[in-house]
Each structure stands twice: as structure tokens, then as C-alpha cells.
Write a protein that binds this ligand. Sequence first.
Ligand code: NAD
Ligand code: MG
Length: 389
Amino acid sequence: MKRLAILGSTGSIGTQALEVVESHPDLFEIEILTAHSNAETLIAQAIKFKPNAVVITDVSKYELVKKALESTTIKVFGGEEALIEVVRWDTVDMVLGAIVGFAGLKSIYAAVDAGKTIALANKETLVVAGDLVMKRAAETGARIIPVDSEHSAIFQCLVGEYIENVEKVILTASGGPFRGKKPNFLVNVKASHALQHPNWNMGAKITIDSATLMNKGLEMIEAKWLFGLKNEQIDVIVHQQSAIHSFVQFIDGSLKAQVGIPDMKLPIQYAIAYPRRIRNSFKRFDFKDFGQLTFEEPDYKTFRNLALAKEAMNIGGNAPCVLNAANEITVQAFLQNKVDFLEMSDIIEKTMAKVVPIVSPTMEDYEQSDKEARLYAQELVKKSPLATH
Ligand code: NAD
Ligand code: MG
């Protein structure tokens, strides 16, 4: 029995993880569930899975959750600090990090600090502070198993291999809903359109990141830290069908790939069950559904967010943290129709130029850079013609 803490259990990854858990009651037990503000879903999940504790980080919802679970033995905590406490509990065998954005960093770092095994979906944690997280993990023996489908693919390709024998990894990108489009088209796209991803059904933030290709940029940085790679060992190829979830190329030129239908339940299950593989009834890959697999270079000129992320990775230090913060602000603004699709890159670029670079940031530096970048990006959002309209 593995006892799981699912951070962000009400989200896209969180709810799919609970579906996996529900199919294997002999293997998994829920110890902790957490949500930010979706109290109704958290309460329903708690009644169904009977965790030891739940955390609602939006304190204005605490009383509601507390009252609803009054007649149970489930402990109810409110606020961000509680997350950092519960992940350290002895009763937690594995932490699934499924919070979105910078908000997921502190609790994952606490889990790493406590030497836990972590199934990591929250890529922003590694984008912002991958150096500190991996360093601490090496010290405490914490293990990080990727949930992100590309990184799960690479992880699976590396089973039985020596990391020194890796020449490079090639992350596949679907290209999102606007693959092949140019700026004259993109300037007019609305959030409702960008939210329609052709291959994956995900939370709003990552869906917009997929449309701008920022998601692939964040994933390059995620791969760098997870697998200890040099920047030049990380490539991206657009593969529209999302059948191949990524490649590893070895020093003899041999390529390994992991293939499957695009369904996050598979990498989620792989990560939480690791090192076991468990039988399931997921839809199987059918070659008739994938008559053709295509590959093309990403359009870095049109999808500038990908170029900016690569640049941030190459600069290092606090640059990826600043990129991430500006991106979180612009995605939120785009979802609220306050900036257009192309302005997102402008704001991120200007924010990267504005925030003072730090070569070897501490955790406090990262927190400070994140705050500064958010404030500045927010100022730029306010200046957008759309926001002032
Ligand atoms: P989501 O928006 O559907 O869910 C986010 C979860 O985090 C919710 O449970 C929410 O309550 C919680 N949350 C939000 N803000 C919070 C805060 N300030 N404090 C505490 N909790 C907070 O997001 P998602 O699509 O499930 O993505 C989660 C993470 O997994 C992201 O980092 C994303 O990049 C990554 N990921 C997602 C997918 C996918 O298919 N959805 C695939 C690969 C990677
Ligand atoms: Mg991915």
C-alpha cells in the first residue's frame, strides 16, 4: 500500500490521479488531498477517498470545508503553510505535485527536504528553482519521478541506460491549436480558441502555454534539471499527432522513443506506481488511428515564448524564474482578455530585461525575483490597449 498526498487534487492532473487510485484500491491509499479554492470538489473527494487530512489553501473557504467534514474524522487545515507541514508527515509515502504554477514550489521543496518520493507534474517548481530542488534532493535522497508526458517518456527510455551515454533528448510538441499560423492570425485569437487543444484536455494555464509553445520551453528547463543535462543536449521537434511522447538519442546514434495515445492517466499511473508497472484497461494505441506521424521544426520566430524560454535557460540564474512569473501574469491576463496573444511575449521579454539578474539565487532570491517580475508584468498588462479599452 502506497499512501499518497495529492497536492492540487481538484485539478486536471489531480482528478485523473484519483481515477487511477480508484481503479487500484489494493495499491494506493489517500493520505492527503489539497485544493486552493474549489471547496465543493475537495469535500466530495474527501468523503469518497477518506484521507487522513485535507488542506484548503484559500482560507476564506476553510469554514465551509471544516463544517462539511465535521461528522468525519478527517482533519481539515487552511492556508498555504499547512501544505508545507502535511507533506512531511511520516504517514506520507509519496507526494504527487499537481498544483499549477509557482504556488507549487514551497510544498514540493518541503517534500524534497523531508526526503519523500515525489511524482512531479508541477513543472514550474523545476523551472523556477531546479538547481536548489535537485541539490536538496541529492542530499536527502528524495526521488523525483516525472509526470509530464515528455519527461515520463524520457525517464522510461532511460531505464537500464547510463546517463553518460545520452547524447541528447528530443522533446516532442504537438504545436498546439495554432500550429502553422503566423502573427497576422495570432493577433486576433481569443482565449476561448486557445483553450481548445487538439490532443490534450488540461487545466487552463497549461493549455494556453501549449498554444504559445511556452509549455515546451518550460519543459526544456524541466528536462535540464530532472536529467542533469546540458542546455545544448535538449531539442524540440513538433510532432502534431502526440503519439511519440519524446525521444532519447544515445552516443551511438541510436534513438529510443516512448509511444502511446495522448492520455495523462498513463504517465500519472507510471509515476505513482513506479517502479511497478500495473495492468489497466486504458484504450490501447491503434495504428489505424495514426496513419502518419509527422515532424517539423518549431517556428521560434512566430512562437516567441519558446525562444524566450530557451534564452532564459541559457542565461540561467533567476532568468527562468522571472520568465515563469511574467508568463503566469500574462496567461492570466490573456484568459481575461486583457492582453492579446502576441503581447504575452512582449511583456515577458520586457520583464526579463527589467528584473536584475542573479547568478546563483537562494530560495529567498527566487521569491523576491518572482514578486518583482509579477509586479512589473502586471504594470505592463495595465498598459495594454486591451486593458485600457
Ligand atoms: P489545474 O488548473 O487543472 O489544477 C491546479 C490545481 O492546483 C487545483 O487543484 C488547484 O486547486 C490547485 N491550485 C491552484 N492554485 C493554487 C495555489 N495558489 N495554492 C495551492 N493550490 C493551488 O492544473 P493542471 O492542468 O492539473 O496542472 C497542474 C500541473 O501539472 C501544472 O504545473 C501543469 O503544468 C502540470 N501538467 C499538467 C498536465 C495536464 O494534462 N493537465 C500535463 C503535464 C503537466
Ligand atoms: Mg508535457
